[in-house]
Design a protein around this ligand. Structure first.
Ligand code: C5P
Length: 234
């Protein structure tokens, strides 16, 4: 049994408007993908970590290689694709080629740079039952289902969960979900949405609110302060 953590950092980060890919932005001395990779590399049960970087940016992995302390192996980074799920496909194909006994895959957004090893451990434990699991947090706000500029209805807040990462999957389930999405022309914003389409039961477990995603420019300062203070607590 082998487990790999894919660190997705191949997005352009347009909402951030930083003029460079979000995952490569440095905060508190390390880039977002380096913080994420280092945390997942310390999780129990993770054998290898594989960064998925923007095209033309593979050299960014060299600095991480020099300071890598594991204990998981750091695999050679690969280039991502146009969509998030294309980046997952590239990472999964590379991981399968390098780890012949690959059984489990964690997929993590590099932009959640406050991730802690225990987040990965919790995802792997929750996924054991059905082969797929993700952390969720309750929405802080009331959520409306919209129809253009009109409210269609208000959703029951206790039935809603915001999807975080790392998400954990059996390798063959994730591969099948990616294949089916490609065949059907379906694009999802996370991996669980692809797996749901197979009819596989996706388990959820309480995510850690502190594992939030750097998305907008105002998030950078808050994340830098938390990282500098070792802030993976809440
Ligand atoms: O845009 P968003 O923040 O939802 O992206 C989630 C994660 O997926 C980010 O870490 C981003 O770098 C990654 N991604 C990727 N390849 C893409 C698009 C997004 O690796 N083509």
């Amino acid at each position: 049994m082998r487990t790999v953590a894919l660190i997705l950092a191949a997005g352009r980060g347009e909402r951030l408007g930083a003029g460079q890919p979000k995952g490569l932005i440095a905060l508190a001395g390390r880039s977002l993908f380096e913080w994420s990779a280092a945390a997942l590399g310390q999780a129990a049960g993770v054998d290898a970590v594989l960064p998925v970087l923007p095209a033309g940016c593979l050299a960014a992995a060299q600095a991480l290689d020099r300071v890598w302390t594991g204990p998981a192996r750091l695999l050679e980074a690969v280039e991502g694709g146009a969509r998030r799920q294309d980046s997952v496909e590239h990472g999964l194909a590379a991981a399968r080629g390098r780890l012949p006994e690959l059984s489990w895959v964690l997929v993590h957004d590099a932009a959640r740079c406050l991730v802690a090893p225990r987040d990965a451990e919790a995802a792997l434990a929750a996924a054991r039952a059905t082969g797929a699991a993700l952390p969720v947090v309750p929405p802080a706000d009331t959520v409306k289902l919209l129809d253009g500029d009109r409210v269609r209805r208000t959703l029951e807040r206790d039935q809603l969960g915001l999807a975080l990462t790392p998400q954990a999957f059996r390798a063959e389930i994730l591969a099948e979900a990616l294949d089916k999405a490609r065949r059907d022309g379906f694009t999802g914003t996370d991996c669980a949405s692809l797996v749901e389409r197979l009819g596989v039961e996706v388990r959820v477990f309480p995510g850690r609110p502190g594992n939030w995603k750097v998305t907008h420019a105002a998030d950078l300062e808050r994340a830098a302060a938390a990282l500098a203070g070792g802030g993976r607590g809440a």
